[in-house]
Design a protein around this ligand. Structure first.
Ligand code: FES
Length: 108
């Protein structure tokens, strides 16, 4: 059976909220939208920097898009596709996960 690393209890992630995760040198973030969780690498495809404004703050004011705090690029929550900004057409890198006993886990 493959080994997994639990990242957080999914009850911590409420609808339309986001959560940053640091795992060793790796930065990820999760967003909950319409009951689904989306997990991405926390790296803007424009300059390769982390996206958040403040801890766990990855969404725009209307909570419709993921927004990069550096130059304001907007990404769709469900696909991570940049639809406005300097990296339009580029995408965030999705991270696959599984939920085990209420914990969001990624393969080691
Ligand atoms: S670094 Fe994200 S939009 Fe420029």
């Amino acid at each position: 059976m493959p080994t997994v690393t639990p990242l957080f209890d999914i009850s911590e992630l409420t609808e339309n909220s986001a959560k940053g995760i640091e795992l060793n040198q790796r930065k990820l973030f999760a967003v909950c939208r319409q009951g689904r969780i989306y997990l991405y690498e926390n790296r803007c495809p424009h300059k390769g920097v982390p996206l958040e404004w403040l801890p766990d703050t990855f969404l725009d004011v209307e909570k419709q898009f993921i927004q990069c705090s550096t130059h304001g690029a907007l990404f769709t929550i469900d696909k991570g596709l940049c639809i406005a900004g300097p990296c339009a057409g580029a995408s965030l890198i999705p991270v696959s996960y599984e939920i085990i006993d209420g914990q969001l886990c990624i393969p080691e």
